[in-house]
Design a protein around this ligand. Structure first.
Ligand code: PSU
Ligand code: MN
Length: 321
């Protein structure tokens, strides 16, 4: 039998656990643009049937810009990069869908559990699949009171680890946003305001907090990523793109809902991995249908921008990380 190189053995090992959908595999092999999409928003972020509709609309937005979407989740003992329509439906309607961050990937695969991937989980899977651009809604961050609880999302570490451009609408003010920016600085993640000098706060376009870098076109973002990887600096880049103005919530509405959700989490002693889902669900309930349409608008906007960045990156010469 011919000898396999260590690299080939490694690839073969990963392939047992990684199912890349055919259109995604073909696009990657041809150096064509691919955008990873997360699945937490399908399983945990939005109510049914809005979740299925938004997941499909995000994929359509990516395709409309000339890129191939790859929605990522764990099913039947494999990481699936490029869920099909049936996979999306299954994720949206299954009873117990795990929330998988990087630490949960191996246990969930071993148990053949169905799991939606968080930003950290999706980034780790995208990197394994060789996907370089990822669109999400809001990232996790440093929680308020983290000086006591040490509750800091693994998203922030993974952003520094996986060589992927993440496009988000900033982070919700359920988090300590100044500390989140500090932590991203410590982790050496370039934070790039897209068409803005301030960190967007998900439902609202601005937090009043300056970001260190700015880009106004997809080409500018692609150039930054390309140079970071060509120079061997590794890791990811975070693009923060404000929600389109016509869909932004009034600042006082968002703030009131966030303040109440935080109070309730405190009263009910919500801790650890349950904290973010609790806060997100309460904020969504308290702002009613308005938050769902805002969420939809920013997700589609981010998918579109991510696709444009992926197209621009693909047009640059071969990338070596
Ligand atoms: N913030 C949002 N929407 C989300 C999340 C955070 O505005 O959907 C989800 C993402 O999946 C993110 C995760 O990666 O919550 C962070 O969870 P934790 O704080 O437990 O790391
Ligand atoms: Mn946490």
């Amino acid at each position: 039998m011919p000898q396999m190189s260590a690299d080939q053995q490694h690839t073969q090992q990963i392939e047992q656990y990684l199912q890349i959908a055919e259109p995604v595999r073909a696009a990657l092999a041809a150096g064509e643009p691919v955008v990873a999409l997360e699945s937490t928003v399908i399983a945990h972020g939005l109510p049914w049937p809005a979740n299925v509709e938004v997941a499909r609309a995000m994929e359509d937005a990516v395709r409309a810009e000339g890129a191939t979407p790859a929605t990522i989740a764990l099913m039947d003992g494999q990481i699936v990069a490029g869920l099909d329509a049936a996979g999306i439906e299954r994720l949206a309607t299954a009873e117990h869908v795990l929330k998988a961050s990087r630490r949960d990937l191996a246990p969930a695969l071993a148990r053949k559990a169905i799991a939606a991937t968080t930003v950290a989980g999706t980034l780790a899977c995208a990197a394994l699949a060789g996907i370089r651009v990822f669109a999400t809604g809001g990232i996790g961050g440093v929680h308020r009171g983290a000086a006591q609880t040490l509750d800091i999302s693994a998203d922030l570490i993974e952003l520094s680890r996986s060589p992927v451009v993440t496009v988000c609408a900033g982070a919700k003010a359920i988090l300590d946003l100044p500390m989140t920016l500090e932590y991203l600085e410590t982790q050496s993640v370039p934070v790039i305001g897209y068409g803005t000098d301030e960190l967007p706060a998900f439902y609202t376009r601005s937090s009043g907090l300056p970001v260190p870098h700015r880009a106004d076109t997809p080409d500018e973002v692609a150039a930054m990523a390309h140079i970071q990887w060509q120079c061997g600096l590794g890791g990811g880049l975070l693009v923060t793109c404000p929600i389109p103005a016509e869909h932004a919530l009034a600042a006082d509405v968002a703030e009131a809902a966030i303040a109440q959700a935080l109070r309730e989490a405190e009263e009910q002693h919500i801790r650890g991995a349950a904290t973010t889902p609790f806060l997100l669900a309460r904020v969504a309930e308290l702002t009613g249908g308005e938050s769902v349409s805002a969420n939809r608008a920013l997700l589609l906007n981010n998918a579109r921008l991510a696709a444009r960045i992926a197209c621009s990156l693909a047009s640059l010469s071969t990338i070596t990380v």
